[in-house]
Design a protein. Structure first.
Length: 154
């Protein structure tokens, strides 16, 4: 079997950033997958599940109500718990979405209410959320975004 693209990225050099993971075409429609890497893999502890879950709910809520809402296909956590994938219709660059990602971070940092979709009726694991810890991860990520890491390390 062919090795998938995400396994070809050198995770020993990877740091927090906004990376284009891949651009695919299906029936003439382009789709861009972003790697929103929150932490340095294998060098920092992974994002804990309650915080990861909260960032997923708040990030998805923000993005599906943002200026790019009609292009959002998916926002959710990576299995390795070091960041999130954002999948958008169209061909995008990291620079194209940097502003929205910063606004998403600000939304989460300013959020002080009931987590959207965090009831037993709306979520399969509604008890596992932690807004305070989520804010710590988002604060660190937003700070790292100032370094403008947009290209995977070789």
């Amino acid at each position: 079997m062919e090795k998938i693209e995400s396994f070809k990225v050198n995770h020993l050099l990877l740091k927090a950033g906004i990376y284009v993971s891949r651009i695919d075409s299906f029936n003439g429609q382009l789709v861009t997958t972003f790697d929103l890497r929150f932490i340095s893999p294998n060098r920092e502890p992974v994002i804990d599940n309650p915080a990861l879950h909260t960032i997923e709910h708040l990030g998805a809520t923000y993005l599906r109500n943002s200026s790019i809402k009609d292009q959002v296909i998916y926002f959710g956590p990576m299995g390795c718990r070091t960041g999130f994938y954002l999948v958008l219709f169209g061909k995008w660059t990291s620079e194209d979405i940097e502003g929205e990602i910063l606004k998403m971070c600000d939304f989460i940092l300013d959020f002080n209410s009931q987590i959207p979709g965090a009831t037993a009726k709306e979520c399969g694991n509604y008890l596992e959320h932690n807004l305070n810890t989520a804010k710590i991860y988002v604060y660190r990520y937003r700070k790292e975004l100032g370094k403008r890491r947009f290209v995977y390390p070789e």
